[in-house]
Design a protein around this ligand. Structure first.
Ligand code: ASP
Length: 438
């Protein structure tokens, strides 16, 4: 019997961690960085390489398949509303938990001193990145939606929303032209889409090696695991919140679509493992889309819009983390939070997660803006950020899993609402070696 892909990926991850630990113990970290890490970087690059072409092909095909613009606006509005709702729920869970557990009260002066002395936790670059973001005006997000040069935007993975704007506009205009002109174009994008989905399949065959390299290099470059224990209560609070969020997703999926948690996890599992290993919802996007469409049964018209938009604006894990971290830092550094400030954290965490880039560590930069919104004292800000930075990477890996799980959940809900959730047409990954034409 052939081993299922998610088992292969899990084995790759476990071996990667074990290998990283052994190599660190015998002091051969540099060998891992020089000879193993590049294979992880190649895996991430391959996934990112196909993200923009996949969005273009699948979204144009999806919209032009709809045959009706009003259906698209229905999908669009529902997606955004449900995304905001799940994010508000995530932040509320985070705020409730952190106020029950009070993890900041468990941090000793010694831990703070240790972290400040650890050269790896210098927050200066994060703080300057945050201040650049903050200097923008309130309507900047609208300006940022519209590309002035779409070819330029397509060459930048950070400009996904701009590409989506152009492609949606393009798809809608395709519906408005004569059928004889539309059809050849439509067929072209159908073919392109199939090819790129096939590329995702083949890249995923390489995933076990990719995640092995990513985790081995991560472990080999981790300098001070003791800090994780010192900040244990904070990390546990974040992890608990993320688990509750996962419980919330499977409950909603069960109640709203009738699909079991087993079905959900089998479907989205490989994407969750890739999210964990890469810490980037953007890099995971091609896998998320493929899994949601072919394994959760959400039709392409919905998947092609909900998933890329979700990868950019829907980050439930990140928003929950930002809320917990903001309160934790305030508690640890003795900054009293009023009720109004908690409300401000709620609103800014929702907005900050929408604004966070789908790349490793982005949530930490936006956390600075959340803290500044409650007038957190500037002299303590750097200490607070250094504090959470010490354990950011593992938490980033976990919150990225929640970010993409939220996108998959919303895709299923929207799919159900607009009658585009069916039975998945599962393919065996390895079958994809075969040539499918006669
Ligand atoms: N790494 C996260 C993501 O890509 C963003 C973050 O929370 O830092 O989804």
């Amino acid at each position: 019997m052939k081993l299922a892909l998610h088992w292969k990926i899990l084995i790759g991850m476990a071996l990667g961690v074990a290998f990283g630990i052994i190599m660190s113990m015998i002091g051969m970290n540099q060998i891992v960085m020089d000879w193993v890490a590049p294979f992880g970087t190649i895996f991430i690059s391959m996934l990112k390489m196909i993200a923009i072409p996949l969005i273009i092909a699948s979204l144009i095909k999806g919209i032009s398949d709809l045959q009706d613009i009003s259906k698209f606006s229905k999908i669009g509005i529902q997606t955004i509303v449900i995304y905001v709702m799940t994010t508000v729920i995530a932040v509320s869970i985070g705020l409730t938990l952190v106020n029950i557990v009070n993890p900041g009260k468990h941090v000793s002066e010694q831990t703070i001193a240790d972290i400040l002395n650890d050269g790896n936790n210098d927050p200066t670059s994060k703080i300057s990145a945050a201040s650049q973001t903050q200097e923008q005006g309130p309507l900047q997000f609208l300006v940022d939606l519209v590309p002035d040069n779409v070819i330029g935007s397509m060459s930048d993975n950070g400009s996904m929303l701009k590409v989506i704007f152009f492609v949606v506009f393009f798809g809608i205009c395709m519906l408005l032209i004569k059928k004889e002109h539309r059809d050849p174009l439509h067929n072209f994008f159908v073919g392109l889409n199939e090819v790129i989905l096939k590329m995702v399949d083949l890249i995923m065959l390489y995933a076990p090696i990719g995640v092995f390299a990513l985790l081995a290099s991560l472990v080999a470059s981790t300098t001070n695991p003791d800090l994780f224990i010192a900040l244990g209560m904070y990390a546990i609070t974040v992890v608990l919140g993320l688990l509750l969020m996962l419980g919330f997703y499977v409950t909603v999926v069960r109640l709203y679509t009738g699909k079991s948690p087993g079905f959900f996890f089998r479907g989205i599992g490989p994407a969750q493992l890739v999210a964990f290993s890469t810490s980037s919802s953007a890099a995971t996007l091609p896998v998320t889309m493929e899994r949601v469409e072919e394994h959760l049964g959400v039709e392409e018209e919905v998947t092609s819009f909900v998933c890329p938009v979700g990868a950019t604006i829907n980050m439930d894990g990140t928003s929950l983390y930002q809320a917990v971290a903001a309160v934790f830092i305030s508690q640890a550094l003795g900054f009293d939070l009023s009720f109004g400030m908690i409300g401000t954290i709620l609103v800014t965490s929702v907005l900050a997660s929408i604004g966070s880039a789908a790349v490793p560590g982005a949530g930490l930069i936006m956390l600075i803006i959340v803290l500044q919104s409650i007038n957190f004292p500037a002299d303590k800000l750097a200490i607070g950020i250094a504090l959470v930075m010490a354990v950011d990477r593992p938490l980033d890996m976990l919150r990225t899993v929640i970010n993409i799980s939220g996108d998959a959940t919303v895709a299923m809900i929207v799919g159900k609402r607009v009658g585009k959730l069916g039975e998945p047409i599962e393919k065996d990954w390895d079958d994809n070696y075969k040539v499918e034409h006669p």
